[in-house]
Design a protein around this ligand. Structure first.
Ligand code: DG2
Length: 250
């Protein structure tokens, strides 16, 4: 039978997106613009009659708040929610807290883009004592040390995200529900790579805009009916994708 509809939503602009800093697992707030993007995302859901029945988020407040604001705008704040570290942004290692433009200037375009977009080269690991490390964060206290990342490349994100896809999100889709997944630039790149069966070279060029819902209708095998899905506001998505691409270059 036909599964429910999947809606992916990258959080609205965060304070650190605005400040052009590598974020990863650092738990930053949405900016004012990001809050407006989130509410607009919810409005788009309502306008398209795409009312979520269940929500999945990461453990990071920029995704959690985005979902809350979007669901409030769509009058769906009451739906059940599940949260998992497996939907977190990729851990950005030693780059967390660093300025993207300064990093580009210091290391050059090739190294900078390798760290941001290569499939299998992670940034250097974060120092355990770093102020941007999550080692003492109680929300990850249950994780044994061998699965707590000190850095991640996209390949690592695919590996830790997919169990959540198969075990938590897919069963919801199988009930026919409209499922909203509020997450991050790179955790959603990992999911889209999987859904669209993208190759490792192809996913390098994939960027996810902030705050624009991306709709996937799926067939019985959970393959997208339309590859790439459909942004509910294609123009806003195109502009925001350009902005993500050019981060650091200003
Ligand atoms: C951004 C993505 O993650 O950055 O961690 O800096 O989606 O949580 O804002 P998000 C970060 P890029 O990989 O696009 O540089």
């Amino acid at each position: 039978t036909t599964p429910g509809t999947l809606v992916l939503l990258r959080h609205g602009e965060s304070e650190w997106n605005r400040a052009n800093l590598f974020t990863g697992w650092v738990d930053v707030e949405l900016s004012e613009k990001g809050r407006a993007e989130a509410a607009r995302g919810g409005q788009l859901l309502a306008e398209h009659g795409l009312l979520p029945d269940v929500l999945h988020t990461s453990l990071l407040r920029r995704a959690i708040t985005t979902a809350e604001l979007a669901l409030a705008a769509a009058d769906r704040q009451w739906i059940p929610v599940r949260r998992s570290w497996r939907l977190n942004e990729r851990h950005y290692g030693a780059l967390q807290g660093k300025d993207k433009a300064a990093t580009l200037a210091e290391y050059g375009e090739e190294q900078f883009m390798t760290w941001r977009r290569s499939y299998s080269t992670p940034p250097p690991p974060i120092d355990p004592g770093s102020e941007y490390s999550q080692d003492a964060d109680p929300r990850y206290g249950f994780l044994p040390p061998e699965v707590r990342p000190a850095t991640e490349c996209l390949a690592d994100v695919v590996v830790r995200m997919l169990p959540y896809w198969y075990d938590s999100i897919v069963p919801d889709l199988r009930t026919g529900a409209t499922v909203l997944v509020a997450a991050h630039g790179n955790s959603l790149r990992a999911l889209v790579k999987h859904l669209d069966g993208m190759g490792e070279d192809e996913v390098v060029g994939l960027n996810i805009p902030t705050g624009v819902p991306l709709r996937y209708d799926l067939d019985a095998d959970l393959k997208p009916v339309k590859p790439g899905g459909e942004y509910l506001d294609p123009e806003a998505a195109a502009a925001a994708i350009e902005a993500v691409k050019n981060q650091g270059k200003k």
